[in-house]
Each structure stands twice: as structure tokens, then as C-alpha cells.
Write a protein that binds this ligand. Structure first.
Ligand code: ADP
Ligand code: MG
Length: 393
């Protein structure tokens, strides 16, 4: 179901009004400093649009996992300077949402305030309507731009949308829903998914949900090893989830020719013994060795399949990309997506580590999803509570 967007609100609904915006400003911090500001930059289009339309902008976000009580380590005060820098505007800090109403009313048109971590207050993660009412008092309407938090029904993402209307989607949320939604509902074909990463357990439901929708599902990463084990291959010391082997067998049986496994692998006796890295076919992994990447035969095979695709969804690295040379398979898939995109394919990258693997190349893909868990649940076909609670278009 299409959701009402900030774009749909008339100018007079914004001018002078207090926009309460839920963003996902859950940035990585080291010693109190923001080490990656991409989530701040991703919030800018929505915040800037509101400012330009004369709204008073009040921002809500969580940061980290405090236990429902204040914890200086997770204070949003630490990101105020960086938010000011990316916005080119001063940001007032509201330390306590329960005491914040006066400050929101004093904000000038186009002014911005940031409320302290939503998870400092008990009730946020319980989706408590009383806390939602406290938040709701800080605004005249609600904008949810936090796609990355939309899979959790929390007071600032779900309960609040029932209390504060209009409740609309921000531009980042809109873009995520458009790309992921269109890919799943009306994909240009062939539609090919590439799935990798560490664990099959976190992604088995995604494979399951995508198989009937896709023309092909390419498997890489450690999760390929669980399939190798299901085929009866020796997998050495590779990362295999033994308890998922029966499930992998079942998937292989059901999927037919759509499920494409790696033909071979780059192996080594251990991650610190890269000098001994070599390529073998998938059924030739010696005992005591582990699979750390897809081999060059597989890279060429995946490349050819991806170049024929018109829609590609990629989630999860093909190997231990943090440790070269085991990044080669992941880089090859990234390059294949870029090449397919140049030929007109829609290319979507999702997942925290996958997004990190293509950092700096974001503009070469149609869309890089900012929401790891949320994009996975979306691909599984689940309803995201933070999205469902928004008004329909
Ligand atoms: P994403 O965050 O993109 O969803 P995951 O979190 O599922 O991806 O997986 C990423 C991790 O998978 C990376 O840390 C990478 O090192 C690991 N990984 C990929 N392939 C292998 C492999 N063959 N053996 C061990 N770890 C792997
Ligand atoms: Mg990850």
C-alpha cells in the first residue's frame, strides 16, 4: 500500500507548523566522535525541505542500545555539531522530551531542534502510548523518515503515528519503499537476487520469500557453505550452520534451477594465512581449510547472469571482504551491478556490511538501502509496523 508522503502536504500545512520528524540518526561513534555521518546526510533532504517551507523542525531518534534510562555514552548531544554541519544551521538540543514543549514553541520558522535519545525513556521499546503522547506534544504533525527503525513497533515509530496527524513518510522512507517495493511488486525482468553474508539463519526467510519472485537467486558468502554441506561436500573449517543443513537441503529440493550456488571457492587454512590462499572447485575443499570467497569461475558466472538482469537486489558480501584478497568476489559483484545499471537495470544494495563494502560508490547504484534489518524484513515480505502506521496515500 502506498503511503502518504511529506510531498503530498500542502504548503500551508507546513508553514509555521511544528514538524516532529523521526529520523534514524543511529550513527557509529568513537570516543564521542561521529565516525560515519552517512545517516546524518541521508536525513538532510527531508529536514531541509521542511525548513525551506517554514516549518519548525523537531527531530527524534534513538542511538545505540541504552536500557531505557539516560546513559551519557548514548547521548544524542554528541551528534549536534555534526548535524549542524550537514544542515548548515544551528540545532537546539532538548534534553528531556517531557519538558520540551516550550522549547519547540520558541523555535523560529526553519529552526531545528534535536530531542535526546528516545530510548532514554522507559516505554519507547514497549510502544507505550503514554510516552508516544509525550513525544506527540512536541509537534503539530508527524513525519517518519526512519526506514532503518520501521521494523520495530516503538513509541516514536508506531504508537505516535496514531496520535499525531497527519502522519506521513519522509523522503528517505519514501525512497526506500519505492525501490524495495517496486522491486518486489513490479520487477523488470529478469529479476535476480544475490545473497551472501555470514549466516544462513538470518537470511533463510529472505531466500524463501525471494525464490518465487525472482528468476534467479545467486548465493555466495559463508551461507553457500551450508548449502555445500547439504550437498554432501567436505566443507573443512568453513563457517557452516550445522543445524540449518536440513533446511538448506529442503530449499535445494524446492528451488530447482533458480538457486545458483558458487562453482568454486577461494580457500585458505585460516584467515591469517592468506599467503596460502588458492582456488578450488566447490566439492574439493580439503579438511582443515575454509572457504573465504567465491572463486574467479563463479565471479565470471555471476557477472554474466547479472548483466542479463533488469532488476537486481543484493544483500550480503560474497566473502570475508574485510580481509583482502577475500574481498575480490564482493568487488566483482559490485562491479557487475554497476555494469548492469549502466545497461539500464535497477540495482539495489541492502544490508549493513554490503553497504559498507560499496561505500563511496553509492551513486553508481539505483539505491543503497540504509536499513539493514528493516530491508531484510521488507524483502521477507513482512509488514513493517512503522510503515503500516502511516497514512495511506
Ligand atoms: P549484511 O550486513 O550486508 O547483511 P551479513 O552481516 O549477513 O551482511 O554478513 C557480513 C559478514 O559475512 C562479513 O563480516 C563477512 O566477513 C562475512 N562473510 C562473508 N563470507 C564469509 C565466509 N565465506 N566465511 C566467513 N565469513 C564470511
Ligand atoms: Mg551485517
Amino acid at each position: 500500500m502506498k503511503k502518504r508522503s511529506l510531498r503530498d502536504l500542502p504548503a500551508q500545512a507546513l508553514e509555521g507548523r511544528r514538524a516532529l520528524v523521526r529520523e534514524d540518526l543511529n550513527v557509529p561513534l568513537k570516543d564521542g566522535k561521529v565516525t560515519d555521518d552517512s545517516r546524518l546526510r541521508a536525513a538532510v533532504p527531508t529536514l531541509q525541505y521542511l525548513r525551506e517551507h517554514g516549518a519548525r523542525v523537531i527531530v527524534l531518534s534513538h542511538l545505540g542500545r541504552p536500557k531505557g534510562a539516560p546513559d551519557p555514552k548514548y547521548s544524542l548531544q554528541q551528534i549536534v555539531r555534526d548535524l549542524e554541519r550537514v544542515l548548515g544551521a544551528t540545532v537546539e538540543f532538548i534534553p528531556d522530551p517531557a519538558q520540551g514543549v516550550a522549547a519547540t514553541r520558541r523555535l523560529p520558522r526553519g529552526g531545528v531542534a534535536l530531542v535526546e535519545n528516545t530510548r532514554f525513556v522507559p516505554g519507547e521499546e514497549e510502544n507505550d502510548p503514554k510516552l508516544a503522547a509525550t513525544f506527540a506534544a512536541l509537534g503539530d504533525f508527524y513525519v517518519n523518515d526512519a526506514f532503518g527503525s520501521a521494523h520495530r513497533a516503538h513509541a516514536s515509530t508506531e504508537a505516535i503515528a496514531h496520535l499525531l496527524k497527519p502522519a506521513v513518510a519522509g523522503f528517505l522512507m519514501e525512497k526506500e519503499l519505492k525501490y524495495l517495493g517496486d522491486a518486489l511488486e513490479h520487477p523488470k525482468r529478469p529479476f535476480v537476487a544475490v545473497l551472501g553474508g555470514a549466516k544462513i539463519s538470518g537470511k533463510i526467510d529472505v531466500i524463501d520469500a525471494l525464490l518465487p519472485k525472482c528468476d534467479e537467486v545467486l548465493i555466495g558468502g559463508a551461507m553457500a557453505c551450508t548449502f555445500f554441506a547439504a550437498l554432501g561436500f567436505e566443507v573443512g573449517t568453513s563457517l557452516v550452520e550445522r543445524d540449518k543443513v536440513p533446511l538448506a537441503k529442503e530449499l535445494l529440493r524446492r528451488s530447482g534451477p533458480k538457486l545458483i550456488l558458487p562453482r568454486g571457492a577461494v580457500i585458505a587454512p585460516g584467515l591469517e594465512r592468506v599467503a596460502q590462499a588458492r582456488e578450488v572447485s566447490a566439492d574439493q575443499v580439503p579438511a582443515g581449510w575454509a572457504v573465504y570467497d567465491i572463486d574467479s569461475v563463479t565471479r565470471a558466472d555471476f557477472h554474466a547472469r547479472l548483466l542479463k538482469a533488469k532488476t537486481i537486489v543484493w544483500n550480503g558480501p560474497m566473502g570475508v571482504f574485510e580481509t583482502p584478497p577475500f574481498d575480490a568476489g564482493t568487488r566483482a559483484v559490485a562491479e557487475a551491478l554497476v555494469a548492469a545499471g549502466q545497461k539500464g537495470a535497477v540495482t539495489i544494495v541492502g544490508g549493513g556490511d554490503s553497504a559498507a563494502a560499496v561505500a563511496g560508490l553509492e551513486d553508481k547504484f539505483s539505491h543503497v538501502s540504509t536499513g539493514g534489518g528493516a530491508s531484510l524484513e521488507f524483502l521477507e515480505g513482512k509488514v513493517l509496523p512503522g510503515v503500516a502506521a502511516l497514512e495511506d496515500a
